[in-house]
Design a protein around this ligand. Structure first.
Ligand SMILES: Cc1cc2nc3c(=O)[nH]c(=O)nc-3n(C[C@H](O)[C@H](O)[C@H](O)COP(=O)(O)O)c2cc1C
Length: 198
């Protein structure tokens, strides 16, 4: 088969394939966006990354009345999923839990017929007020953010997803303008790497 569009005779197999749909879906959950400093900058950076669908769950569902069909359709359309949220009480904000409880249904996300998420990738992109040292074995919180997020990792495994090392901005309480800008830049880099990885 020839590449007629390009007007040459290269075999079709050598033509870089065009991606017809955005690959990266960011599910953003911040209960107090107006007061946010760090995620506001991260969200602005993320929205500018080509190939990203940015979906603000608190904006879409102020009453927690999640449209399950819409959420499942979004997941089906993307193969790389990012859950972006601030760490609240060593866990996720409640919207993330509500989203999991309603959207990840048996027979769709898991179970014998539940293969919709199989092979997709999941990255948690979070921020924490405490510094990184606090999330070490000798630190105040004793374990890492990845360990606090183990329920999400187990959920990803149950659904057959590939779980990535979380992207974490630590020590947000001490971040000034420059540090917040650097956090947003490194988030953008991580998103681009996730988008472009084979
Ligand atoms: C209700 C609440 C609970 C929080 N719990 C934690 C926590 O368990 N661990 C931590 O390191 N920071 C905690 N923080 C700090 C937030 O994670 C931090 O303020 C946030 O990541 C900053 O991002 P933002 O500027 O986008 O809001 C908490 C903040 C609030 C408001």
């Amino acid at each position: 088969m020839l590449n007629e569009d390009a007007g040459d005779d290269r075999p079709a197999s050598k033509i870089p394939s065009r991606d017809p749909m955005p690959r990266l879906l960011i599910l953003f959950a911040h209960p107090a966006y107006d007061a946010s400093r760090v995620h506001k900058a991260m969200a602005t950076a993320a929205r500018r990354v080509p190939g990203v669908t940015f979906h603000d769950l608190y904006e879409a569902y102020p009453d927690f009345d999640i449209d399950v069909g819409h959420e499942q359709a979004l997941l089906a359309d993307h193969d790389r999923i990012v859950l972006q949220f601030p760490i609240y009480w060593y866990s996720t904000p409640p919207m993330v839990k509500q989203w999991e409880d309603l959207v990840l249904t048996h027979g769709w996300a898991y179970g014998q017929q539940g293969t919709a998420l199989r092979g997709k990738q999941l990255l948690c992109a979070v921020s924490a007020g405490a510094r990184q040292e606090a999330y070490t074995p000798d630190g105040f919180n004793a374990v890492s953010i990845r360990q606090f997020l183990l329920p999400l990792e187990a959920t990803a495994r149950l659904c057959g997803m590939i779980y990535h090392e979380p992207f974490v901005i630590h020590g947000t309480h001490r971040l000034e303008t420059e540090g917040i800008a650097a956090a947003a830049d490194s988030y953008r880099d991580r998103l681009e790497a996730l988008r472009d990885a084979q």
